[in-house]
Design a protein around this ligand. Structure first.
Ligand code: C2E
Ligand code: MG
Ligand code: MG
Ligand code: MG
Length: 287
């Protein structure tokens, strides 16, 4: 009987494993077609200044809508895109689309300073990245300072010297760089001071329990003070509550993004959000 249970459990385990492998293969095959079939879209999440309370930027977040697989999370398909190399072409589509949308919003005089785009470690090792970024900016007619690239600490782990050179090249082209998910990776502080990093994004895992967890409060305030001392900006990710927001503001964090302000929105809904912000700003400044 015990033996049978064991076999059943083993059976469940392999069935589960096979299902997961099958899904990964399904995703990889479908991903090859996703670009040409226009299955990607960008959603935009506002980034809000904690001093003025006004929207200052947006993070572009990739969404993949597949007819059978449904809406696939980036957490699921980005790793597949990275390991297959498809991330380079997909990443180009993301930058192209984000700068084109941003140019349109700026031409409409909507209140937006910059757009942030996530760049994976694989893309960051691609030697053509600076040229590709400049080409997208020129095609759209968007000044480089309006684009911010979000890197993760993983981008610099394998080959810090190459990462340093890539950051210098992008910086020289006028693009701003931020360190995403700061505090969760393996980067050393001795590299951080040499990197051309404009902004640290405080990972949402430190923000989530700010109200209950004194250790998280200590970590977050230390990150903010270190960034200030190094001349870097800070953005807190994953802000959902008043209490988190008040703590971050009191500590001198510059910006925040999270469901508290808005979920990531499809481009047209984000444009409507910007119009609404603009109306509120003009009515509060004239009233
Ligand atoms: P990330 O860059 O750290 O993005 C933040 C994630 O947190 C997003 O998940 C966003 O929807 C979510 N988020 C925002 N506010 C809140 C909040 O208040 N609470 C909670 N619980 N979550 C919040 P998403 O869109 O699923 O993206 C996950 C990750 O996928 C991103 O993490 C980024 O690493 C990656 N990713 C997304 N788009 C791209 C892309 O275009 N290129 C690359 N290379 N990676 C991307
Ligand atoms: Mg990000
Ligand atoms: Mg992040
Ligand atoms: Mg993340």
């Amino acid at each position: 009987r015990a033996k049978q249970n064991g076999r059943n459990r083993y059976g469940f385990f392999t069935a589960d494993l096979e299902a997961r492998t099958a899904r990964a293969l399904q995703i990889e095959n479908a991903l090859r077609r996703a670009l040409e079939r226009n299955q990607f879209e960008l959603h935009y999440q506002p980034q809000v200044s904690l001093t003025t309370r006004q929207v200052v930027g947006a993070e572009a977040l990739l969404r993949w809508r597949h007819p059978e697989l449904g809406l696939v999370s980036p957490a699921e398909f980005i790793p597949v895109a990275e390991s297959s190399g498809m991330i380079v072409a997909i990443g180009e589509w993301v930058i192209h689309t984000a700068v084109r949308d941003t140019k349109r919003w700026l031409d409409l005089h909507l209140p937006l300073r910059a757009v942030s785009v996530n760049v994976s470690a694989v893309q960051f090792r691609h030697p053509q990245l600076p040229e590709m970024v400049t080409r997208c900016l020129e095609q759209a007619g968007l000044p480089a300072r309006r684009l911010e690239l979000e890197l993760t600490e993983g981008a610099a782990v394998d080959d810090p010297a190459a990462a340093l050179a890539m950051m210098d090249q992008l910086h020289d082209r006028g693009v701003r760089l931020s360190m995403d998910d700061f505090g969760t990776g393996y980067s050393s502080l001795s590299y951080l001071k040499r990197f051309q990093i404009y902004k640290l994004k405080i990972d949402q895992s430190f923000v989530r329990d700010l109200e209950e967890d004194a250790n998280d409060r200590a970590i977050v305030s230390a990150i903010i003070r270190m960034a200030q001392a190094l001349g870097m900006q800070t953005t807190a990710e994953g802000v959902e509550t008043d209490g988190q927001l008040e703590f971050l503001r009191a500590q001198g964090c510059d910006e925040a993004q999270g469901f508290y302000f808005s979920r990531p929105l499809p481009a047209d809904a984000f444009e409507a959000y910007l119009r609404q912000q603009q109306e509120q700003q003009s009515s509060s400044s004239s009233g």
